[in-house]
Design a protein around this ligand. Structure first.
Ligand code: PDD
Length: 298
């Protein structure tokens, strides 16, 4: 059965087969766009202000004016999801520099577009969490910060697409990407963590990665609960010799990684620290939805 979905293009809510944009759109031609991925539960968006903060940061870093103010994007998001009427939805917010003459010149006058793709979100396979997943270290590296800055969530994901392709070719779940110095940066659409001697470590932002909203929440949550959380660089070898490894993202939450390349991590089972942090995070998520429901009056 096809998932229920709706697309909002510049304020018009459309069924997916009628949702089209111009072939002259710079998002299509050059990846000249930015995006966010969040989700909703009973119509309530998850960490929407944090996603808007990051969208604004991405926009300002590439000099792309947001087509409409953030409050309007949130309004449109809530309205589209309300119309979709599903328990849980995936929401992709895309802003492009718009359509115009075919030229790289980003300073030409043009009207940007915003697009919201909202679709029914099913629970992730329980296997991911019960058994853990196998990741490979990609040959292709994450961008240098002075190229397409990885802290910008842009429509330029070709490196990450290629990295995931490497993983899929060998039947792995996904790939871990290194930076130009050979240190771990992040997953193709997730942040990477290790646990060593009960200490949680994730690479710092200047390793060249996307500042994940899940990553930030976990750093704060762990600290508030007295866990040892730190941001520090680690090598692929450090990672392979860690007691536990896991990835984090909005839609995946916390997924244990039990094998990297041909190296089994720890016992080869999801670790206790990973499970404990995930349980704490799920508690935080349900409290967050409750308070957002009343704050946004949904
Ligand atoms: N990806 N790193 C990259 C490169 C990402 O694309 C993402 C998110 C993350 C995790 O960020 P967060 O915790 O804010 O979801 C890290 C989304 C989920 C995606 O592209 O589907």
């Amino acid at each position: 059965m096809k998932d229920k979905s709706l697309v909002n293009i510049n304020g018009k809510i459309l069924p997916p087969d009628q949702a089209t944009i111009s072939v002259f759109d710079r998002g299509f031609l050059y990846g000249d766009s930015i995006y966010e991925v969040t989700m909703t539960l009973d119509g309530v968006p998850f960490m929407v202000e944090e996603h808007m903060d990051r969208l604004e940061k991405s926009a300002s870093k590439i000099g792309l004016p947001l087509p409409i103010p953030r409050e309007k994007i949130i309004e449109q998001l809530i309205a589209t999801v309300k119309k979709l009427a599903v328990k849980k939805s995936y929401v992709r917010i895309v802003c492009t520099r718009g359509a115009g003459e075919i030229t790289l010149d980003p300073t030409r006058e043009q009207t940007g577009s915003f697009i919201l793709i909202c679709k029914e979100l099913h629970p992730n396979p329980s296997e991911w969490y019960d058994k853990g997943v196998w990741m490979v270290i990609a040959d292709v590296i994450r961008n240098h910060q002075r190229a397409t800055d990885p802290s910008v969530k842009s429509g330029n994901y070709l490196n990450n697409v290629m990295a995931m392709g490497e993983a899929k070719k060998v039947g792995a779940f996904d790939a871990i990407m290194l930076n130009h110095q050979g240190m771990v940066s992040e997953g193709t659409t997730s942040n990477i963590w290790i646990v060593k001697d009960n200490k949680f470590v994730t690479p710092p932002l200047d390793a060249g990665l996307l500042g994940g909203i899940t990553r930030k929440s976990l750093l704060e949550l762990g600290q508030s609960q007295g866990l040892f959380m730190s941001e520090a660089n680690f090598s692929p070898e450090d990672m392979k010799n860690a007691d536990e490894v896991f990835l984090t993202s909005t839609t995946k939450e916390i997924v244990p990684i039990v094998k990297i390349d041909d190296k089994i991590i720890g016992s080869g089972q999801p670790g206790v620290n990973t499970r404990k942090l995930h349980a704490m995070y799920q508690q935080l998520m349900s409290e967050h939805y409750k308070s957002e429901k009343s704050r946004l009056n949904i």
